[in-house]
Design a protein around this ligand. Structure first.
Ligand SMILES: *Cc1c(COP(=O)(O)O)cnc(C)c1O
Length: 346
């Protein structure tokens, strides 16, 4: 979370703009909350430059719920869909989709320990697939699409850990989804951006809450939405607009990632497991050449206020997440610490 947004939340927590109550206490149908919701939606649309024929939905259930909602809504009578497997999150999306349809894994980098995006010319697409699903940024493995594929089929993307980190061309996608808690706002909110013509095709057994057409028609308020998370995300959208929008964020995020990757490239003491062309600007996993030093590295980092650097339990090592709210100075501190630790361990 951007610190400025946390200060604003604190200032408005007990009495939201002289309404006499906290946003947490408002009815989602109250004029105050409707204004919060509509402003957030308009700001998100402006940030993404999303055309009018895309609906912006503010839902619950996390990206994981979308793993099921996507096939339920988009199969449209077809038997299957194409998925590209690039790491743990796309693997989970595939596993869940298999409960609802035939999944064609068009490409996978499993044999390469998911250290790269499979080259586009090796993908084997099913000509009858309802859509093609990718995970734009693998949060755990640190592999990112730097160009989204244009394969002439409806593209669906899990952008949970990169949405709003850089400008995207929304019209390349039929549907985008993202859990908010990585790069957008508090947990509890899930954004879905869906093109109008994909609405109204849900399978008959689709739970009402997961039917995009129902949610679009209800303004994401078929039931009580995650009001507080929606409000805070709206403050983050305002903050992003004030930072120069997504172009401004992209420049800062590239600078931050550049600092850290330069340090990794310079050193034999640290290693990045990811192929250079596919390295994520958001999540940077790295290992120490000698893993016996891992715990000393993490302890020393904590001592300097550098926390949350332990790699995901499934891969070990370290991982630095460089989300929008991380200032460049924090990355510079990490690089200074890494240089000091390397010198002291030599
Ligand atoms: C965290 C994450 C998920 C799961 O998100 P939840 O909101 O916890 O369901 C899915 N995909 C990606 C890329 C993620 O980073």
């Amino acid at each position: 979370m951007p610190e400025a947004v946390l200060h604003q939340v604190r200032d408005e927590l007990l009495d939201y703009r002289a309404s006499g109550m906290s946003v947490m206490e408002m009815s989602h149908r109250s004029p105050e909350f409707i204004e919060i919701a509509e402003t957030a939606e308009a700001d998100l649309r402006a940030l993404l430059d999303a055309p009018d024929d895309y609906r912006l939905l503010f839902l619950q259930g996390g990206a994981t719920t979308q793993f099921a909602a996507v096939p339920l809504n988009l199969l449209n009578g077809k038997g299957g869909a194409d998925y590209v497997e690039t790491g743990s999150w796309s693997a989970k999306a595939i596993k869940e989709a298999r409960r609802h349809c035939a999944v064609n894994v068009a490409a996978t980098s499993a044999a390469e320990q998911f250290n790269q995006i499979p080259p586009l010319d090796t993908w084997e697409l099913d000509s009858d697939a309802a859509y093609l699903h990718i995970c734009g940024n693998e949060t755990i493995g640190g592999v990112q699409f730097h160009h989204y594929p244009d394969c002439g089929v409806t593209l669906v993307a899990d952008l949970s850990s990169e949405l709003l980190s850089r400008p995207i061309d929304v019209t390349q996608f039929g549907l985008i989804y993202a859990g908010a808690q990585k790069n957008i706002g508090p947990a509890g909110l899930t954004l879905v951006i869906v093109r109008d013509d994909l609405l109204g095709r849900a399978a008959a057994n689709t739970p009402t809450m997961l039917d995009y057409a129902v949610q679009a028609k209800a303004g994401s308020m078929y039931n009580t939405p995650p009001t507080f998370a929606w409000y805070v995300a709206g403050l983050v959208f305002k903050w992003l607009l004030a930072q120069g929008g997504l172009k401004g964020m992209a420049a800062r995020n590239a600078a931050k990632a550049g600092l850290l990757y330069d340090a990794l490239n310079r050193s034999n003491f640290y290693r990045s497991p990811v192929a250079r062309a596919d390295r994520s600007l958001m999540n940077v996993p790295f290992t120490l050449a000698d893993p016996r030093l891992d715990s000393a590295f993490l302890e020393g980092a904590t001592g300097r206020g550098l926390t949350n650097l332990k790699g995901h339990r499934s891969v070990g090592g370290m991982r630095a997440s460089l989300y929008n709210a991380v200032p460049e100075a924090a990355v510079a501190s990490l690089v200074d610490y890494m240089n000091d630790f390397e010198r002291e361990s030599a």
